[in-house]
Write a protein that binds this ligand. Structure first.
Ligand code: ADP
Ligand code: MN
Length: 494
């Protein structure tokens, strides 16, 4: 060996040394435990305890560990912050060093209400202007914008333009003169903080807006796999405006007494608020949700959509209408049976070419289903079209019923009329000669007898009926159980 033989220095150390070192370690551990009992508690957090630890998903393990680590880190940070600040009136905040940024933290999110979420982090602050001409006053009393005192005061006042989250202390109220240098440094920092929070916000928005789901949803999905309820989540079937749908193979979870279908569809309702704003009218006026709606934050409203879809599917299932079967609802995630086979979802009616015989069969089936939906389930689909009907096993399956409402919903009949128009047009164009027109279909489904022979009058009558129902609710505090247009006394709910 050109480098010479390595001198083999054997570390000689007695058993007693090793023992004492170990003892020292043990003692230190004990001491630490006594000083920071929470650390131990945190390490046994909600995720990494118990036997339900399945190591099959490395990603999930990593994410859970990271989440735990971040929490521990923040807990430690809080302790240090407390230690440093003590009882002092002036305190130092370590918030910027936290791993779980306040914008990401769970609790703060669940507490936002409508008001809070309206804050727009992208809004540009109005720039405060110094007078163009650069001086104020006349003659001898002229002061230029470079005047130190004026400028200092102005700088202090301008701090108010920083983002509201940015802590500027109480200097604004005092006669504090900030030098340009200090002000500029502060401004720089304030802006980079603003950008940081905007970036975080954006990241969060996009993670749900795109096909991926946010970390919390992902964890929810992983937990379903972990618990054995699902075998694997194979991939995304659809990314819509309001939801993302995944395919999964059902597991054989022993704890659930329900049988999990071999293939499942997982509908994840998007937790971004924007798309849901324009759906307010469906849920806001639905008396079933009336009391709850006004008090809820957006996150809870989105859960309510999922809940609504679950209830509506259950009603349909009970009436024997072909539709997905509900497996489980967890927050904004609804698991149901998969319509299709071997990961291939059944085609939508709009995408499938049916023989004229099948087309006719499909039409009569839908007519029947619409009647059942109205009479037995007391529901109007409210988004019925060839996009939300699947062709599977030689028949039509109804899906996507989160927006479905009861017929006595203030706009229920209008929704029904729209559904009828979609169905009529689709089958008339598809060459089904027997297909009723939208007005005939509406009467056939609702059992009403609106005689107007043109769309405008027909719609006016529908709206008059809706109004009559609303007036009745106003006067009697309860709704009509059914509509009637032929002068019969309306039937009321008991
Ligand atoms: P969206 O509100 O996004 O339209 P949908 O419930 O219509 O939500 O689902 C979107 C798409 O996902 C459907 O058009 C259909 O192709 C597919 N899909 C939804 N649920 C199922 C299911 N249970 N089985 C098979 N495919 C489904
Ligand atoms: Mn749909």
């Amino acid at each position: 060996c050109p480098w010479g033989a390595p001198s083999t220095t054997s570390i000689s150390c007695s058993l007693a040394d090793v023992m004492s070192e170990q003892l020292a370690k043990e003692l230190q551990l004990e001491e630490e435990n006594a000083a920071f009992p929470e650390v131990v508690a945190a390490a046994e957090g909600p995720f990494i305890t118990g036997e339900n630890i399945d190591t099959s998903s490395d990603l999930m393990l990593a994410q859970m560990l990271q989440m735990e680590f971040d929490r521990e880190y923040d807990a430690q940070l809080r302790r240090e912050e407390k230690k440093i600040n003590g009882d002092s009136k002036v305190s130092i905040s370590f918030e910027n060093y936290r791993k779980v940024h306040p914008y990401d933290s769970d609790s703060s999110e669940d507490e936002v209400d409508w008001q809070d979420t309206r804050h727009d982090p992208y809004r540009a602050d109005k720039p405060s202007t110094t007078p163009r001409r650069g001086f104020i006053g006349k003659g001898k009393d002229i002061t230029t914008k470079h005047d130190e005192v004026v400028c200092g005061r102005k700088n202090t006042a301008r701090m108010e333009n920083f983002a509201p989250e940015f802590q500027v202390g109480d200097g604004i109220g005092m006669d504090l003169k900030l030098s340009n240098q200090v002000f500029n440094a502060l401004k720089q920092h304030a802006y980079s903080e603003e950008r940081r929070s905007a970036r975080l916000h954006e990241k969060k928005e996009h993670s749900t807006a795109e096909k991926a789901v946010d970390p919390k949803t992902r964890l929810l999905l992983y937990k379903m796999v972990n618990s054995g309820m699902l075998e694997t989540i194979t991939g995304c079937i659809s990314t819509g405006k309001e939801s993302v749908v995944f395919h999964a193979y059902g597991g054989n979870s022993a704890t659930e007494d329900k049988v999990i279908p071999p293939e499942c569809a997982i509908k994840v309702f998007k937790t971004t608020l924007n798309e849901f704003k324009n759906r307010d009218k469906y849920i806001k006026d639905d008396y079933r949700f009336k009391d709850r709606f006004s008090k809820l934050n957006p996150r809870k409203i989105i859960r309510m959509w999922a809940e609504k879809e679950m209830h509506n599917l259950t009603r349909m299932q009970d009436a024997g209408i072909p539709c997905p079967q509900v497996v489980i609802l967890k927050k904004h995630v609804l698991v149901m049976s998969f319509i299709g086979q071997d990961q291939v979802p059944a085609p939508k009616l709009k995408d499938v070419t049916l023989s004229s015989e099948d087309m006719k069969k499909a039409y009569y089936q839908i007519l029947n289903m619409m009647q059942q939906l109205y009479r037995e389930c007391n529901l109007v689909h409210a988004d019925l079209s060839e996009y939300n009907m699947l062709w599977h096993d030689g028949k039509v399956w109804l899906i996507d019923v989160s927006q479905s409402v009861e017929p006595t919903h203030p706009h229920g009949l209008e929704f029904l009329f729209r559904d009828c128009r979609n169905v009529s047009q689709f089958f008339q164009k598809g060459g089904v000669a027997e297909a009723l027109n939208e007005r005939e279909l509406f009467n056939a489904v609702s059992g009403l007898n609106i005689t107007a022979d043109n769309e405008v009058d027909f719609q006016a009558e529908i709206e008059a009926l809706e109004k009559m129902n609303e007036d009745h609710v106003q006067n009697h505090g309860k709704k009509l159980s059914t509509f009637s247009s032929d002068g019969d006394p309306p039937i009321y709910d008991e």
